[in-house]
Design a protein around this ligand. Sequence first.
Ligand code: FAD
Length: 522
Amino acid sequence: MRKLDLIGVLFTVFFTVRAESINRQNPGSVAVIGGGIAGLKAASMLHAAGYNVTLLEASDRIGGRTHTIWFGNESYTELGAEWVHGERNNSIFQLMNPLGVLQPRGQLREFGTDYGLPSGVWLQSNLTSNMREYLNYTWFDPEDWREEVHINVSQGVWARYVLERFNRTYHITDDPEMFEAIYDWAHRTSNAEESATSWFDVSGNDWGDRYIWLYGEPDVRWKPPYSYHTLAQFILSGSISEDGNFTLPDYIKLNQKVESIQYSTNGQTVNVSTQDETYSVDHVIFTGSLGVLKANHATLFTPPLSTRKQLAINNIGFGSVIKIAIEFAEPWWTPTFEGLFPVWNDIDYSNETLHYWRLDLTDAELATEYDGIPLWVRAILTLFNVDSGSAPNVLRAWVAGNPARFLDRQNSSYIQTHVVNAMRQFLSSQFPNITEPINLYKSNWGEDSNFGGTYSYRRVESDAENVWAADLGTPILNLATNKPLVCFAGEATHPHYYSTVHGAYDSAVREVDRIVAWGKMD
Ligand SMILES: Cc1cc2nc3c(=O)[nH]c(=O)nc-3n(C[C@H](O)[C@H](O)[C@H](O)COP(=O)(O)OP(=O)(O)OC[C@H]3O[C@@H](n4cnc5c(N)ncnc54)[C@H](O)[C@@H]3O)c2cc1C
């Protein structure tokens, strides 16, 4: 080593040690990137612990993938997260339920209790209850079936096996066309659950011990007038109000898209740059979605992320769902109607041109009409009034996967025309006076560059490449001191609660604890 280098090293060591001793008296500075639930929780915790926090949010609002919109006569709907999934060990349930703002209710399968055919006929209840039982077996009690089928398969292959066996045992239907139509309905249900285009892309292990379902009501709702906005309000202000109004803390900076994060594994600080400013901070917590990482990790991080993290980013799934809310002047349905699942028994499922779930489908194919119905309409999971408490004049339709991304790019009147046509086809036998809608509200998760989709799922490829949510959550440390330089939070980083709000929240607590624990080290 040359003498000059040695002086340089001693100089660096002196100032490093000094900087660290300053940090330990004074917790230090943190840039939290993203103002979704993970970012809000991380920033509020760090602020309370005395850190100098700056939260940089690219868009003009907080909440991220929780997004409550108000319209009309004080009606509101959720364009993002809807339910609180589970009660026991669910930090969102435990945080908010004591405030009386939640409304535990039936499970997802209780929604859309009716199933209808394109002819307008609604299915018999013994058939539909068998279908729900099948769904239970497949999703909630997979262990019984698991030993009999090789588990390293896609959900689609597994579901086919389970449905065939279930049909043999319970005779759901002996009609081969109806059997295929029910399999197709289950496929759409899974796609919406996973936000995937195809259940042949989703790991069969995902129905087993990876994602953990929490005990209690699996689909707890907010009690009107409360909503997911109430959660953001409570995290930031420690209080709630019926109108949801509160003042954002000064440490939150909206309209600040982070364009670069520069770090060195020998360094003490990280530089975070937006178009306007560069922040030099002790720690960063990055909470942008997996969709944002897929699109931007190569330009965002200097030096590039580790090979393993890149492998995880590329191979863990991140799909999309579109939520379409159609408002009418008043309901033309009865109060007891909860919704309807379309079951398309009028098509030849061996005809691959009709497979709306093919991964390589083009926009032109999705728009192609068969018997006057665009292919994407067959991807609609449900037509339901899940908002009956908060938006009584609204019916909603959900579509998942590539058809959802396609609809993100279409104008509202095109979507409205075809969704209302589907309502007329499936519902008018029960409700002959379907009126013209007055408004349509829709999400845009897939096309919005701040998200690039809705939530993460495990793909068959994730298993094949042996990459995990934990790989997404691995922090970048200073190699000499283990100081957490860049931490990663957000739903996709949670090993068992990915794709949920409680997963996002818990991941933030994990990363704040990591930073605080490092600060307390001697
Ligand atoms: C349609 C839909 C339905 C859902 N349903 C449910 C449900 O019923 N129950 C449930 O528990 N979960 C549900 N989820 C999932 C849940 O909403 C998410 O898991 C959770 O909200 C993710 O929070 P997050 O903080 O990890 O990420 P996000 O909410 O994505 O927050 C990240 C933030 O980072 C910002 N950002 C991105 N890039 C940058 C950048 N370069 N610079 C600065 N800021 C940036 C984004 O604008 C965003 O605000 C649903 C999600 C969607 C979209």
